[in-house]
Design a binder for this molecule. Structure first.
Ligand SMILES: *[C@@H]1O[C@H](CO)[C@@H](O)[C@H](O)[C@H]1NC(C)=O
Ligand SMILES: *[C@@H]1O[C@H](CO)[C@@H](O)[C@H](O)[C@H]1NC(C)=O
Ligand SMILES: *[C@@H]1O[C@H](CO)[C@@H](O)[C@H](O)[C@H]1NC(C)=O
Ligand SMILES: *[C@@H]1O[C@H](CO)[C@@H](O)[C@H](O)[C@H]1NC(C)=O
Ligand SMILES: *[C@@H]1O[C@H](CO)[C@@H](O)[C@H](O)[C@H]1NC(C)=O
Ligand SMILES: *[C@@H]1O[C@H](CO)[C@@H](O)[C@H](O)[C@H]1NC(C)=O
Ligand SMILES: *[C@@H]1O[C@H](CO)[C@@H](O)[C@H](O)[C@H]1NC(C)=O
Ligand SMILES: *[C@@H]1O[C@H](CO)[C@@H](O)[C@H](O)[C@H]1NC(C)=O
Ligand SMILES: *[C@@H]1O[C@H](CO)[C@@H](O)[C@H](O)[C@H]1NC(C)=O
Length: 429
C-alpha cells in the first residue's frame, strides 16, 4: 500500500449548511501520508488555517506565511488542503479547516489512523462466569480501530452473532459443533481472517479399582481428555447427588492438575471408605462419570505372612514325606522310573536360579547322583529323597518371593505325584 492512502471519505459536507456535526472521515494506515481536504467546494478559495480539535483547538498550519507550521510534517497542498506525513496513532482525531473569504467557514474532518491486527484471530470457548452457558471469544487484538466480527455455525454458515464475545444458547451446545469467527478490519487484510472452535464433551480415564489398607492412604486419579471448554471435575460417592460432591477435609485431599484430578483418602476405614467412587466431569456440552471401586483391606502383616508360609511349607513337607513313606518303595520305584527325568529337571532349575556358590556343590552332587542313578536303576528311592531335599534347600535359601513360588511348586508337585500315585494304584498290575 504505497503512497497516499485515503480509504474512505464521506462527503457529508452539506453545502450551504456549514454544519460542524457532519464532517468528512479519513481513515488512513499508520506510517502513511494523508491529505485532508478543506471541504468539498468548488470556486475561488480564501486563506485557510488548520486546527486540531482537542479539548480546545490547537493551531497547526496557516496559509498566512508569517505563521510557521506546528510541525514540519504539516504542509499545505493546493494552498488549502492539509498534508500530513508519516502518520502516527496520536494523529487520530478531529481537525478543522477555517476559510476566510467574504465570510468565515469551518470544515471539520475526522482523521482515523488505522492499522490491522498484526496476527490471525484466535477462537476460544469458555464457561461463562455465571456457569450457566458457554461464551465464544474471537481474540483479534492490536488493530485500530476495532475490527468487526461475524460468528457462524459450521458447516452451514448460520449466523450466530456479530460481536467479539458471543454467548451460546443451550440449544447450540451439541457435541462436536464448530463455530467460525470471521474478522474484518477497515484496512484489511485482503485475505479472510478467521478461526474455528469446536466444542466437545469430556472423556474420562481412570483405574477401575484401587485397594487401601485400613489406616493407610490411597489416591484415586482421573484424567479428562477432549473437553472443550475445559471440564469441571468432581468426586462423588453417590452419582445421583452431584450437589453432594466430596469436599476437601482432613479425610479427603483433592488436587487438580490440568484436566486431571486426584482424590486422596487418608486413614482408610472399611465401613466409611469401601465402595464406589465416581469421578464426574462436566462442561455444559456434556457430562461424563467413571466409577472406581475402592476395597479396604486388613493391613499386611509381614511377620504373619512369613509364619504362615513357613508353616504351610512344613505341613507340605510332612504330607509329602508321609506319602512317600506310605507308598514306599513301590511308589518311589514307579515314580522314579516314570518321572525321574522331569523331577531332576525341576531340581536343576531351582538350584540354577539360586546361582549361589554353595549351591554349585549341591548341583555337582545331584549330577553325580543322576549319573549314579542312570548307571544303577536300583536306587529310585534315593533319587526321590534327594530331589525333595534339594528343593527344600533352595527354598530356605531363597527370599520370600521365591519361597512363595517354591511353595506353589511344591504343592503342584505334591498334587501331581498324589494323583499319579492314585492312577498307578488303580491300574491292574
Ligand atoms: C510520504 O511523503 C514523503 C514526502 O513526500 C515521502 O518521502 C514518503 O515516501 C511518503 N511516504 C509514504 C508511505 O508514501
Ligand atoms: C464533492 O461533492 C460532489 C457533489 O457535491 C460529489 O460529487 C463528490 O463526490 C464530492 N467529493 C468528495 C471527495 O467527497
Ligand atoms: C473545532 O475547533 C473550532 C475552532 O475552535 C471550533 O469552532 C469547532 O467547533 C470545533 N469543532 C469540534 C467538533 O470540536
Ligand atoms: C498574517 O498574519 C499576520 C500576523 O498575525 C497578520 O498581521 C496579517 O494580516 C496576516 N495576513 C493575512 C493575509 O491574513
Ligand atoms: C470527532 O468528532 C466526532 C463527531 O464530530 C466524534 O464522534 C468523535 O468522537 C471525534 N473524535 C475524536 C477522536 O475526538
Ligand atoms: C462573497 O464572495 C463571492 C465570490 O467569492 C461573491 O460571489 C459573493 O457575492 C460574496 N458575498 C458577499 C456578501 O460579498
Ligand atoms: C497418610 O498421609 C499422612 C499425611 O500426608 C501421613 O502423615 C501418613 O504417614 C500417611 N500414612 C501412611 C500409612 O502412609
Ligand atoms: C444415592 O442417593 C439417592 C438419593 O439420596 C438414594 O436414593 C440412593 O439410595 C443413594 N445411593 C447410594 C448407593 O447411596
Ligand atoms: C483413623 O480412623 C480411626 C477410625 O476410623 C480412628 O480411630 C483413628 O483415630 C484415625 N486416625 C487418624 C490418625 O486420624
Amino acid at each position: 500500500m504505497a503512497g497516499l492512502c485515503v480509504l474512505l471519505c464521506l462527503g457529508a459536507l452539506l453545502a450551504g449548511q456549514g454544519s460542524a456535526d457532519l464532517g468528512a472521515v479519513a481513515i488512513v494506515e499508520v506510517h502513511e501520508n494523508v491529505t485532508l481536504h478543506c471541504g468539498n467546494v468548488t470556486g475561488p478559495r480564501g486563506p485557510v488555517t488548520w486546527y486540531r480539535n482537542d479539548s480546545e483547538p490547537v493551531f497547526l498550519l496557516s496559509s498566512n506565511s508569517s505563521h510557521p507550521p506546528a510541525s514540519p510534517r504539516f504542509s499545505l497542498e493546493d494552498a488549502v488542503a492539509l498534508h500530513v506525513e508519516a502518520l502516527s496513532l496520536e494523529d487520530d482525531g478531529n481537525y478543522t479547516c477555517q476559510e476566510v473569504l467574504n465570510e468565515t467557514r469551518w470544515f471539520p474532518v475526522w482523521l482515523r489512523v488505522a492499522r490491522p491486527p498484526p496476527s490471525a484471530p484466535q477462537c476460544s470457548v469458555e464457561v461463562s462466569s455465571e456457569s450457566a452457558t458457554l461464551e465464544l471469544t474471537c481474540n483479534w487484538d492490536g488493530g485500530y480501530p476495532d475490527p468487526t466480527f461475524l460468528w457462524t455455525e459450521e458447516p452451514g454458515g448460520v449466523v450466530v452473532g456479530d460481536s467479539k464475545l458471543q454467548t451460546l444458547s443451550p440449544s447450540q451446545l451439541s457435541e462436536g459443533k464448530k463455530f467460525k469467527c470471521v474478522g474484518s478490519h477497515i484496512v484489511g487484510p485482503a485475505s479472510e481472517a478467521s478461526c474455528v472452535v469446536q466444542i466437545s464433551s469430556p472423556s474420562l480415564a481412570s483405574q477401575p479399582m484401587k485397594t487401601c489398607f485400613m489406616g493407610g492412604n490411597v489416591t484415586l486419579t482421573c484424567q479428562v481428555t477432549g473437553a472443550n471448554p475445559s471440564a469441571k471435575i468432581q468426586w462423588l460417592r453417590n452419582l445421583t447427588q452431584p450437589e453432594g460432591a466430596i469436599q476437601p477435609s482432613g479425610h479427603y485431599h483433592i488436587t487438580q492438575h490440568g484436566q486431571g484430578s486426584s482424590l486422596t483418602i487418608y486413614n482408610c476405614s472399611q465401613d466409611l471408605d469401601e465402595g464406589f467412587y465416581f469421578c464426574r466431569a462436566e462442561n455444559l456440552v456434556g457430562v461424563r462419570a467413571v466409577d472406581i471401586w475402592l476395597s479396604v483391606k486388613e493391613p499386611l502383616n509381614v511377620g504373619g505372612i512369613v509364619a504362615t508360609v513357613v508353616s504351610l511349607l512344613l505341613l507340605g513337607l510332612a504330607i509329602v514325606a508321609g506319602l512317600m513313606l506310605y507308598y514306599s518303595p513301590v511308589f518311589c520305584w514307579k515314580a522314579g522310573n516314570t518321572f525321574r527325568g522331569q523331577d531332576m529337571g525341576d531340581v536343576m532349575v531351582l538350584v540354577d536360579s539360586e546361582g549361589e556358590d554353595e549351591e554349585e556343590e549341591d548341583r555337582e552332587d545331584i549330577e553325580e547322583e543322576e549319573q549314579e542313578t542312570n548307571e544303577s536303576e536300583e536306587l529310585p528311592k534315593e533319587t526321590c529323597k534327594h530331589g525333595h531335599i534339594h528343593r527344600v534347600t533352595a527354598l530356605v535359601n531363597g527370599n520370600l518371593d521365591r519361597m512363595g513360588n517354591g511353595l506353589q511348586e511344591l504343592h503342584d508337585d505334591g498334587d501331581e505325584e498324589l494323583s499319579d500315585a492314585v492312577q498307578e494304584e488303580d491300574k491292574p498290575v
